[in-house]
Design a protein around this ligand. Structure first.
Ligand SMILES: Cc1cc2nc3c(=O)[nH]c(=O)nc-3n(C[C@H](O)[C@H](O)[C@H](O)COP(=O)(O)OP(=O)(O)OC[C@H]3O[C@@H](n4cnc5c(N)ncnc54)[C@H](O)[C@@H]3O)c2cc1C
Length: 433
C-alpha cells in the first residue's frame, strides 16, 4: 500500500499487517525475525515516524470502551480515536485532561508522542493522565506498565515514538466537566513584545494559545490570542460538526505566499480585541479538522511542520527573530504559525513538552528544502532548543542527540528490550534510535 505521514512529504510503499487480537500481534512479531516494523495509528504525525516497509495497524483490532462513570477512569483499546471517545464521554460530563489539536488521533498515537494541548502550562502532557498501559513488547510478552510498576517501560513508551512495542490498551483518567462549551476570550496584540507580555498576564487561564502572523513584515509577531476554560452552564449536549473534503484545486489556487499574506491580514482583522464568546469543544480544540484533506492543499511535494521549543526565557525573542529572519531571507514563509508557553516537563525519556516557548511553522516544500533545513539547523545548533518528533521530517541525528537530554537512557533501555531492533521507523533510523 502507498502511504505517507500527514505532511505528504515522504510517500512510500509498505506491507500493512492488520492483527485482530493480541495473539495475532505476537505471531506477527515472531514471524518478522529482524526485518523491522512500526505501529501506525491514524497517520496524523507529520513526518516519517509511523512509516516503515512493514506497518502494523490496529484498525481491525476489537474496540474496547469501558467507562467508570463515577470515577472517570476509562479503559480503552489504543485504536480508539479521540473523536470516538468524546462522542461517548462529553454527554456524561467527562472530557480528556489533555487533547492535541486534532480529534483524528488514536490513543496509541497520543501516548507514543505524549501529546500536549493548549493547557500544558497548567496540566502537563497526556501521560500525566495515563494510569496504566498494556503493551506487547518486542519479545512478544504482554506487559502492564504505569508510574507505579514497570516504570522504565512506561517512561520509554510515553513519548517513545512507537519503538518499545505495540500499545494495545490503556487506562485514562478523565476530566470532570459541566458543559460542552468553553468560555473563550480573544485578544489581539500588535507586536511580539506585546504577545509575550500578554501570555504572561493570561498564564492563569486553563487554555492559552496564540496564532501569529509571520508573513506580513509590519509588526512582526502580532497575534490573535485565545484563552479559555470550561463553561459551567450545564449544557452537555455536544453535537460534533461533520468534517468534509474539499477539491484539491482550492489548495493550488490559494496556497501561495501572496494569498496567504492576504489571508493572514484578513484573519487578524476578523477578530476583535477583548472579545468574549462561547465555543463548543469541537470548535475550540479542533478547528482544522473541519476540512479533512487540508493537508493535500500543499500540492504534490507536501509540507512540513517544524515545532521548536525555546527553553531559555531570556532568549525567546532573539531566537524567534533568528528563525523567521532565516526563512524570510530565503523567501520561505510559514502559512500557519502558533505560539504556546509550556509548563514543567516530566520524567519520560523522549517527551517533547517542557518549560519553554513553543513555536510551530507550517512550510510548503520545494525542491532543495533539505539543504535549507540543514542550514537552518546550524543556526539553532548552539541554542537551548529542541524539535518535536511528532512533526519532524528532516532533523539530523547530531541535532537530535544534542537536544534531547535523556536520549542515552532511552537508547540503553531500547537495547535491553529490543536488542535486534524489531521496532523501527524511517524516522528512528534517521535519528539513530
Ligand atoms: C491538525 C493537527 C493538530 C495537532 N495538534 C497537536 C497538538 O496540539 N499537540 C501535540 O502534541 N500533537 C499534535 N498533533 C500531532 C498528533 O497529535 C500526533 O502526531 C499523534 O501521535 C498522532 O496520532 P496518530 O494516531 O495519528 O498516530 P500516527 O501518526 O499513526 O503515529 C504516531 C506515532 O505513534 C506510534 N503509535 C501509534 N499507535 C501506536 C500503538 N498502538 N502502539 C505503539 N505506538 C503507536 C507510531 O508508531 C508513531 O511513532 C497534531 C496533528 C495534527 C494533524
Amino acid at each position: 500500500m502507498i502511504i505517507a505521514g500527514w505532511g505528504n512529504n515522504n510517500i512510500i510503499r509498505s506491507d500493512i499487517f492488520y492483527p485482530k487480537n493480541e495473539q495475532e500481534i505476537i505471531e506477527i512479531l515472531e514471524k518478522l525475525n529482524n526485518e523491522g516494523i512500526i505501529t501506525r495509528g491514524l497517520g496524523r504525525s507529520y513526518g516519517d515516524m509511523s512509516l516503515y516497509k512493514n506497518i502494523l495497524s490496529l484498525e481491525r483490532y476489537k474496540k474496547i470502551f469501558e467507562l467508570d462513570e463515577k470515577t472517570g477512569i476509562l479503559r480503552c483499546s489504543s485504536n480508539l480515536s479521540i473523536v470516538e471517545i468524546i462522542e461517548k464521554i462529553v454527554n456524561k460530563g467527562w472530557f480528556l485532561n489533555v487533547t492535541p489539536g486534532s480529534k483524528y488521533v488514536t490513543i496509541g498515537g497520543a501516548i507514543a508522542n505524549d501529546v500536549h494541548g493548549k493547557n500544558h502550562h497548567k496540566d502537563g502532557s497526556f501521560s500525566e493522565y495515563v494510569e496504566e498501559i498494556k503493551i506487547i513488547t518486542p519479545d512478544g510478552k504482554i506487559n502492564i506498565c504505569s508510574n507505579k510498576s514497570e516504570y522504565d517501560l512506561f517512561k520509554a513508551t510515553c513519548g517513545g515514538a512507537g519503538l518499545t512495542g505495540v500499545i494495545v490498551s490503556a487506562k485514562l483518567k478523565l476530566l470532570k466537566i459541566k458543559s460542552k462549551n468553553l468560555d473563550v476570550t480573544i485578544f489581539k496584540t500588535k507586536s511580539i513584545d506585546e504577545t509575550l507580555k500578554k501570555f504572561r498576564e493570561l498564564n492563569e487561564n486553563k487554555y492559552l494559545v496564540a496564532w501569529l502572523d509571520t508573513i506580513n513584515k509590519k509588526n512582526f509577531g502580532k497575534a490573535v490570542i485565545f484563552s479559555g476554560d470550561h463553561s459551567e452552564d450545564n449544557d452537555l449536549n455536544l453535537k460534533l460538526k461533520k468534517s468534509f473534503n474539499l477539491p484539491s484545486f482550492i489548495g493550488n489556487l490559494f496556497m501561495n505566499n501572496f494569498f496567504m499574506s492576504i489571508f493572514n491580514k484578513l484573519y487578524f482583522l476578523k477578530h476583535q480585541n477583548n472579545f468574549k464568546v462561547k465555543q463548543d469543544i469541537d470548535t475550540f480544540f479542533y478547528p482544522l479538522d473541519r476540512v479533512l484533506n487540508w493537508n493535500k492543499f500543499y500540492g504534490k511535494k507536501g509540507f512540513t511542520q517544524i515545532q521548536i521549543l525555546i527553553k531559555d526565557e531570556d532568549k525567546y525573542k532573539e531566537i524567534l527573530f533568528k528563525i523567521f529572519d532565516f526563512f524570510t531571507e530565503k523567501n520561505i514563509y510559514s502559512y500557519l504559525t502558533t505560539l504556546k508557553e509550556y509548563g514543567q516537563g516530566n520524567n519520560n525519556y523522549l517527551s517533547f513538552a517542557e518549560k519553554g516557548l513553543s513555536v510551530t511553522l507550517d512550510i510548503p516544500l520545494k525542491n532543495g528544502f533539505l539543504i535549507i533545513y540543514e542550514e537552518f539547523e546550524n543556526i539553532l545548533l548552539n541554542q537551548n532548543v529542541k524539535i518535536y518528533l511528532a512533526k519532524d521530517s528532516f532533523m539530523s541525528k547530531a541535532f537530535f542527540h544534542k537536544s534531547y537530554n535523556k536520549i542515552n537512557e532511552f537508547i540503553n533501555f531500547k537495547k535491553k528490550i529490543d536488542p535486534s531492533s524489531k521496532f523501527k521507523s524511517i524516522q528512528s533510523q534517521r535519528l539513530g534510535l
